[in-house]
Each structure stands twice: as structure tokens, then as C-alpha cells.
Design a protein. Sequence first.
Length: 251
Amino acid sequence: MSATQSRWFRRFDSTAEGELTLICFPHAGGAASAYLGLSRALAPDIDVVAVQYPGRQDRRAEPALTSLTHLARAVAEELTRLPQRPYTFFGHSMGAVVAYETARILAEFDLATAQSLILSGRGAPSRAPRATDRLSGDAALIGEIRRLNGTNGRVLDDPEVLEMVLPTLRADYGALGSYRWLPGPPLDIPLTVMVGSSDPIVTVEDAAGWLAHSTRPGEVLTFEGGHFYLDARLPSVAAAVRSVLGQPAAV
């Protein structure tokens, strides 16, 4: 089975011919399409495959999972069905936790796992839970999304669109609020941590805490911008990803 045949994965560039695959995990309330821009920036050398969580876009009819661990297990199981080739995980915000937990599950069962892990916009899970992960009520959720500039304001002002988005936000933030990191062996793969210099919820120090979760040397990369620096700094992010994957810079 290929990524295009699975309801869990989306590819946006059918011309990608690179031997390396970047598997991307979206943020809370996000969908696979969040990585459309990165996919285009890395094509055709790197094959970008974005995870499509249940409960959004073409999987809107499916109930969203309310446990990050269960979500990671489902993704790990689905990955074992794909043809085995070198790949790296990239997770932003909530997606960083899901990517990390997926890698842990694969390692626990001695299955083929990512060659490296890129963790963006999230502090290390071993630190105290953030207050913003435990939001109560729709008004608090909407206020937080506005503060992070994660969704176009006009979308949040449209009652019909908001009605479609809110169930996913409720489920994802519920999953974040109930998530508890459990101690275990560190990963044996390199970690690259990315963070926005003015992220209102993740400090560089918080982000650097990830490096203790691997036996390999890692690095922290800071980009100008807030929580969703990825969109504004796409060329720089793409260049950093190419460097992590050992690919030459785009000409």
C-alpha cells in the first residue's frame, strides 16, 4: 500500500522522486494541508507525506481521537503498512508530541522508525503541562487561536465555518489537556528542534528540553516569528529541513 492509498496520509506533489520522505504531523485543529507549502518548497527532491488525522477535511465524518497516545499508535500501525524507505518525522506544536510518541512506539516494538525527528513549536513533554493546553470552553479556544494567529480571523468570524472547525479544536485541545508524558528510554535518533523567536507559548529554553530525549547530539534552530513562524519563514524552514536530511540547498 502506498501513502496515496491510505486514508491517513496525503501527498501534494506526485512528481516528488527523492529517496527521502518527510512525514509531517499537523498542529491542533490543523490538517494535512498545513504542509502544502512545505511540500512545494521541498519538491521534487524530498517526498513530503502529511498525516491526516480523523475528524477534519476529507475525514470529517470520522470522530476525532481525543488521546494523543492513541493517535500515535494509529499512525505507527499505519506506517508499518507502507513500503519501507528512509524517512524523517516533522511535527509542529501538537504534531511534535504525536511525532515523538509515534517514534517511541515504533522503537519500543523494534520497528523501522524515523532516521531523525524535527520538533517544532513545542516544549519538551517532560516539562510541566502548559496552562494553554487545558482550555475550557469555546470562547477560550477561539481566543487562544486568535492569539497564536493560527487561523485567518475571517474564518473565526464565519459562524458556519466556525461550526465545522470547533469540534476538531475541542478534540485536539482535549487530547493535549489529558496528555501525560511517561518516562522511558530516550530515542536513539538525532533531534532537531525549531522554535519561533517570539512564540508566546514556547521559549527557546522550553524547546531545548527536547534534546534530553535522545542519546544522539541535536540542535535548536530559532526562526524569526511567533508560534506559526513556519508560514512566514517557509524558505528558511525548507532550507533547514534540507540540511537535516543531508540534501543540497535548492537552486
